[in-house]
Design a protein around this ligand. Structure first.
Ligand code: ZN
Length: 87
């Protein structure tokens, strides 16, 4: 078992979904990481215990409650990073 920030997983998943709808911006690994870091620094961490890499299913029930906040911050991150690319 190990401790993991579940927020990282959600942010990564949601970012991929949001970027799939955008054709006008850079989606290289560096920009994606910048977007994730920007977002994760603005959202509270959500530490969980994982068992052999699998998250306890209880989390799925809580997911909806904070997903809206994640999408809101990610949208800001995409606008900011794509407007100020570091390369
Ligand atoms: Zn890029």
């Amino acid at each position: 078992m190990k401790i993991q920030n579940y927020m990282e997983e959600v942010v990564q998943d949601e970012l991929e979904l949001l970027l799939a709808e955008r054709e006008d911006i850079c989606k290289c690994q560096k920009c994606k990481f910048d977007m994730m870091v920007w977002t994760l620094n603005r959202l509270p961490p959500k530490y969980v215990i994982t068992d052999r890499g699998r998250l306890y299913t209880k989390l799925k029930e809580q997911e909806v409650q904070f997903k809206a906040d994640v999408v809101k911050e990610l949208t800001k991150a995409i606008d900011f990073v794509s407007g100020n690319p570091k390369h």
